[in-house]
Design a protein around this ligand. Structure first.
Ligand SMILES: NC(=O)c1ccc[n+]([C@@H]2O[C@H](COP(=O)([O-])OP(=O)(O)OC[C@H]3O[C@@H](n4cnc5c(N)ncnc54)[C@H](O)[C@@H]3O)[C@@H](O)[C@H]2O)c1
Ligand SMILES: NC(=O)c1ccc[n+]([C@@H]2O[C@H](COP(=O)([O-])OP(=O)(O)OC[C@H]3O[C@@H](n4cnc5c(N)ncnc54)[C@H](O)[C@@H]3O)[C@@H](O)[C@H]2O)c1
Lengths: 204, 204
């Protein structure tokens, strides 16, 4: 594990490196730009697996890759939501996803009254824009927030457009090809466990 | 386990018994009212733990208690929701709770534009009705669907009015007395597990 102070400085190096255009950089240069002793910079970077080369310095891309992994920044997962009703809106607005580098890049609906509505930074799009958005952002996960009668039809559209995993909130079983991952979400299980905890408590 | 046909008939007996005022009832009486042979009634009821007494018959209350337990009907758990926004509305409308005998008996908000709005069978009430509804329905569980800035204040109101368990959706830590059960819900964990499943799959 890294000492806390080292971790804080690594975050500074990370920000500097993500804006660096050159291929290699030295500990002297990093130190000068951040007002940190070069010996300290070398000591901090020694905690990483990637080692720099004497006289040449550190490969910016390799350092950045390892720091990205350390901070979980890597490739961010892109998600789209189908169904801009109550649940779809609550999920789109929820700030919790950003912490895990999960980005909601599109929300879709087939109701003309919903299309064009603004939800957070997004605008509700019609279903025929789905393909374009999935391709543009290389979207991997689709979330189903439509009534159960429409769930299978929406799942088919998602699979047809290359979605690899589906988070299904509609209370029904959807059939998808074997290579597509499905997670059926049912928040009632949270309430059930509370109910059981109360019953156990009351019996004592 | 009960044979399927027996289970169906037990449901008929259950409905008949829940309207029966007498203390005891015989298999002949049950059979006559439902058009089922008394031998068949006796055979079906023999699957239960409670046994009737010859000449006296079956104790209606005891039979009903066991059938209630069998069908999970028992005492239904009453729940209220604070925050009639997107999430609160989606939860109130969700049909999944009825299957587990969980009944949402009230939804509250402090925004005048929301008060009076109809959500399913309920009408959004102002916060000062909370005490009355909790007392009237003997409510045990409160659900927090307000922004995180208001979560602690709402938790205090729920605890003051005798709520025993809180289901908290606001992304913040709430402090409650030790005897109150809190479950913090975070649906992002569902999406995170999907993200990890995708990463594992891609690495193969
Ligand atoms: N699993 C859980 O724990 C849980 C909890 C709450 C709600 N739900 C479920 O989530 C779903 C959404 O709930 P809600 O309260 O937001 O409902 P809602 O009616 O507010 O929203 C549904 C939206 O889907 C849109 N829609 C319907 N068919 C469509 C289609 N074919 N293509 C695109 N859009 C379509 C509608 O126009 C509407 O905007 C429901 O199935 C509900 O049962 C699940
Ligand atoms: N944990 C999760 O997985 C998850 C997922 C989605 C949303 N959320 C959270 O759930 C909460 C609700 O989300 P939303 O999208 O429905 O927000 P929303 O803004 O649509 O609804 C919030 C409602 O709370 C009401 N409110 C605010 N302060 C109040 C108070 N003191 N007393 C009574 N009512 C009050 C508002 O008037 C509004 O109607 C937020 O905290 C959000 O971050 C959590």
């Amino acid at each position: 594990m890294f000492p806390k102070a080292t971790l804080e400085r690594l975050k500074l190096y990370h920000r500097l490196l993500s804006e660096e255009e050159k291929e290699y950089i030295s500990s002297e240069e990093i130190g000068e730009r951040l007002g940190i002793l070069p010996e300290q910079v070398r000591k901090d970077l020694s905690y990483l697996e990637y080692k720099g080369k004497p006289k040449v310095g550190y490969n910016v891309k390799k350092l950045l890759e390892e720091l990205n992994k350390l901070f979980g920044i890597g490739k961010s997962t892109k998600v789209i939501i189908v169904g801009a009703g109550n649940l779809g809106t609550a999920i789109t607005n929820y700030p919790g996803f950003a912490n895990y580098n999960i980005e909601i890049v599109g929300i879709f609906d087939n109701d003309p009254n919903k299309i064009g509505k603004r939800i957070g930074d997004l605008v509700v799009l019609p279903m025929d824009y789905l393909e374009r958005v999935i391709k543009k952002f290389n979207v991997e996960i689709g979330v189903i927030c439509v009534p159960k009668e429409s769930a299978q039809e929406v799942a088919n559209i998602l699979v047809k457009n290359g979605i690899k995993a589906i988070w299904n909130f509609a209370p029904t079983f959807i059939k998808v090809p074997e290579e597509v991952i499905v997670r059926n979400e049912d928040i009632t299980s949270g309430l059930l466990s509370l109910k059981h905890m109360l019953e156990v408590k009351d019996q004592r």
